[in-house]
Design a protein around this ligand. Structure first.
Ligand code: ZN
Ligand code: ZN
Length: 318
């Protein structure tokens, strides 16, 4: 099959997913509101937790997993590997922290915003209208995700936590869920206050969180595609693979979440669009997964969860 046809098929598959989401979104949003997140980002955190438990997510996961078997970026990676099994544990146990530590922390941030900052906000929705406000909210959220990702690579302590995400050697759509809860708190800090100051609505925030979960899942897929010319606008499975590369020249490039424009603007975009490097981290002490059995991946999850704390302490003593 020609490369152009492959790109067209993948973009069509993505379009189907996004249309499906647009249909699934309103009833889901209603469900989150019924659950009462209690705060702006609390809703987002809960929204994310429910998104990955929704049948649509698992349907997309299966479709992308099968596409990975047909057009893998590299053979031996993808959903049906030990790395996929480990990522599944990260996905299933994430709500434990999202609904407790992260939600509690976000509630604290909210108090800070309402206290010392006096709850000040621009009325973006009222001034611009719903659609323009949504587009602006999406652009800002995507920029803050870029910025927060950049910071997590540049600050050594934060890198220790982000390293967990980069430890994957067998990328799949699930790898997007291999994220330490401490990272979620860092992202919340960077994104929460500016978003609140702009007065963005909960609905916009929840919708953006949905779209981002599906899109960043897709860019982690083990797929051999750079999406053709669409890569000038959005992040692709190829460009995000370069971000995870084991090859030093690739490091500190392609930080984008959905749009690739921030990397182009800040000159952190890696221009090679046909490279599919091996992925992973150069830390020999990191507790990598080797055995897909349930007890082993659970035990490894515990070790991977604790490793950044131990590594930060060791770095401080050095
Ligand atoms: Zn990264
Ligand atoms: Zn990644």
């Amino acid at each position: 099959m020609s490369r152009t046809l492959r790109h067209v098929l993948l973009i069509a598959a993505l379009a189907v997913v996004l249309v499906g989401l647009a249909v699934a979104l309103p009833p889901l949003t209603e469900r989150f509101h019924a659950w009462d997140g209690g705060s702006f980002l609390g809703d987002v955190v809960k929204g994310w937790s429910l998104t990955v438990l929704h049948p649509a997510y698992w349907a997309v996961l299966l479709i992308v997993g099968l596409l990975e078997l047909r057009w893998p970026a590299r053979r031996g990676e993808g959903l049906f590997t030990v790395g996929g099994a480990q990522d599944l544990v990260w996905l299933l146990l994430a709500p434990l922290f999202a609904l407790t530590i992260v939600a509690g922390y976000v509630a604290l941030l909210q108090r800070l915003y309402e206290g010392p900052l006096g709850g000040a906000a621009l009325d973006v929705d009222g001034t611009l209208g719903d659609v323009a406000a949504f587009v602006l909210a999406f652009l800002l959220a995507d920029f803050f995700m870029w910025f927060s990702h950049f910071v997590r690579h540049k600050v050594p302590t934060l890198w220790r936590f982000h390293q967990v995400h980069h430890s994957q050697r067998m990328m799949s759509m699930l790898t997007d869920n291999r994220v330490h809860f401490f990272e979620a708190m860092v992202s919340a800090t960077i994104a929460y206050i500016p978003a609140r100051l702009l007065g963005l609505s909960n609905e916009a925030a929840v919708a953006i969180a949905f779209l981002t979960v599906f899109f960043t899942g897709f860019t982690h897929a083990n797929l051999r595609t750079n999406l053709g010319p669409a890569r000038y606008l959005v992040v692709t499975p190829q460009s995000h693979r370069v971000h995870h590369s084991t090859e030093e020249p690739h490091w500190d490039h392609n930080f984008g979440a959905v749009l690739s424009v921030w990397d182009r603007l800040f000159r952190t975009q890696w221009n090679g669009a046909h490279e599919y490097p091996t992925i992973g981290i150069p830390d020999p002490d990191f507790p990598l997964e080797h055995d897909p059995s349930p007890t082993s991946v659970l035990r490894t999850y515990g070790r991977q969860l604790l490793y950044p704390f131990r590594a930060v302490l060791a770095d401080l003593r050095r």
